[in-house]
Design a protein. Sequence first.
Length: 247
Amino acid sequence: MAGHSKWANIQHRKGRQDAKRSKAFTKAAKEIIIAAKGGGDPAGNARLRAAIAAAKTVNLPKDKIENAIKKGTGELAGGDIAEVMYEGYGPGGVALLIEAATDNRNRTVAEVRHLLNKGGGSMGEAGCVGWMFDRKGVVTVTKEKISEEQVMELGLEAGAEDVVDQGSVWEVRAALADFEAVRAAFEAAGIEVDSAELAMIPQNSIEVDAQVGQKVLNLIDLLEDNDDVQNVWANFDMSDEVLAQLS
């Protein structure tokens, strides 16, 4: 969920989430390739462990996981993918982090800048908003599947840092080093998670009205449709009343 706030769960975005799932294998493999550039042994590479955990959640086959690791370490061809993080602003001054995986930086930066301008945003300088976000591993579980007491007990005992109520789901946040253990704890307990992924979590959020919120959501959709864009993170939130208007 881009931004990891309750607004990402509103019903009118369900179709967008379904469309994003069709790209899940490609994105998961790219993240593994990039993570494996820091070492192909998950035991000594926390980001790779987290990337593999996220890949398992979208059911990326074992052979594809292994091949992606080998591409990242250079054992197989196809690992010429660079991670690029673009920073900018959306409507209402909302901070945006745009994570891309590309084999052509010039093409990707031009496309991202064009999409930002088209959607009422703007590209910023490196470092302008990145300091507002922290990289975490995030597991989400539908509330119908687990009680607050259970999710707190499972998550925190496995090493999670926090459990956040996001409306229809529980969001369990963990440091990268503990992410796989947290995901595995829910699996071992027989509780199916909705997602397990790496995320850039905003330290603080700004609340927006329905008009600005809709513009930001439209811009995020534009960016996420780009093949090179892995994820878009934002620091905005909406009140329950605004969510009701948009849904």
